[in-house]
Design a protein. Structure first.
Length: 371
């Protein structure tokens, strides 16, 4: 059983290094800024009995993610982690600007060298979780929650997929492109066909769909229909062959192209931007499918979708059933800061910062980690 299942079932409170699988070189300071390592050594030699409280915060309305990971990091690599006092909010908590999300108290030399790594963990995970949360929220503007597939595999280094997928899950995305994205939260990747597959069938979407359906008969058949830049023609071709077996079509038209439907019906143009996956193209596709008796075929839209663009589509009532979103979800726009705010229990912070106690913080019990 994966740890996330144990957590969701109340058997454990936090994910541990069994999930995160940290690089052992963290213990050597390999990923810590050198000035933290020098401060650690100075504290050991000159101020061994001082205790500090380090406090972490950020400056946006956000969805917290990365707290389990940060706590597991401390429990794995801090010196004497069982003696540290840790208080934290939880992954998925809504947080406000300057709200304290995590405090760690103890001798600086025992954990201070992890400060930058903790900042980075919280920043990336919270940014992704918040981005996804906002997109998922946008996708229910019309009153119906439309699924958002997290398709960020091509937009960042592959080593980030597991953590980003977990953050996307915390943000509300329950369908993701790769198995790695699902690793921490226990599902499998999903998807049907890329343009490369249709290319190998020489642009024949029906042939590609038939091959897919024969090899993966248990999967829902969703055909990619923009390869020939003629989505309505190709969507109807597939629907006529597969009927009820066709569950959906996906449109991923480049923003540099105008679909052939508009070139055949140029009298429709003049009042909107016809490039890419436009609202007008999806309205026309839905109308064509319905008129030929295929109202059951869902429409998935992907390619350059953002929170703003989804809100625009939903405001117009564009008949999209599912959105595929990638790069916009991986923008790191939330930064965290760790400050030493108490020294031996007395308020002591740099000018402009202060101790901000938060009654929402929960004391974290020490959990021995597997290395």
């Amino acid at each position: 059983m994966k740890e996330i299942e144990k957590k969701l079932n109340g058997k454990i409170k936090r994910l541990t290094n069994k999930t995160f699988k940290f690089d052992d070189r963290i213990s050597e300071g390999w990923f810590s800024a050198v000035y933290f390592l020098k401060t650690k050594e100075i504290a050991e030699k000159k101020l061994p009995h001082n205790n500090v409280t380090m406090q972490f915060f950020q400056k946006e309305e956000a969805v917290l993610c990365g707290s389990d990971e940060a706590i597991a990091l401390i429990h794995t690599f801090a010196n004497n982690p069982e003696k540290l006092e840790i208080k934290s909010l939880k992954d998925g908590d809504k947080i406000s600007p300057y709200e304290t999300v995590l405090t760690v108290s103890g001798p600086y030399q025992d954990f201070g060298f992890l400060e930058g790594i903790i900042d980075g963990m919280l920043a990336r995970r919270t940014s992704v979780a918040t981005n996804v949360y906002n997109v998922v929220k946008a996708a229910r503007t019309s009153g119906k929650q439309k699924p958002v597939i997290f398709m960020g595999d091509r937009d960042d280094h592959f080593t980030q997929q597991a953590g980003d997928g977990y953050a996307a899950f915390i943000g509300g995305s329950t369908a993701q492109a790769t198995h790695a994205m699902n690793e921490w939260w226990g599902k499998m990747g999903m998807g049907t066909m890329p343009h490369a597959m249709i290319q190998m069938f020489r642009g024949d979407v029906v042939a590609a769909s038939r091959a897919y359906h024969e090899v993966y008969p248990e999967d829902d058949l969703v055909a990619l229909v923009d390869y020939n830049n003629d989505v309505i023609t190709d969507a109807l071709k597939v629907a006529r062959v597969f009927g009820k077996d066709l569950k959906g079509v996906r449109i991923d038209t480049s923003r540099t192209l105008v679909d052939k439907y508009f070139l055949r019906n140029h009298h429709l143009m003049g009042t909107f931007d016809p490039r890419g996956v436009s609202p007008e193209l999806i309205f026309a596709l839905r109308k064509a499918l319905d008129e030929e008796g295929y109202p059951h075929v869902n429409i998935m839209a992907s390619g350059g979708f953002t929170e703003k663009r989804i809100r625009y589509f939903e405001k117009l009532g564009v008949p999209v059933d599912m959105y595929g979103v990638g790069s916009s979800l991986l923008k790191i726009n939330i930064g965290f800061t760790g400050d030493n705010v108490l020294l031996n229990g007395t308020p002591s912070a740099k000018e402009g910062r202060r101790y901000r106690p938060n009654p929402r913080l929960e004391k974290v019990e020490y959990s021995k980690q597997d290395n």
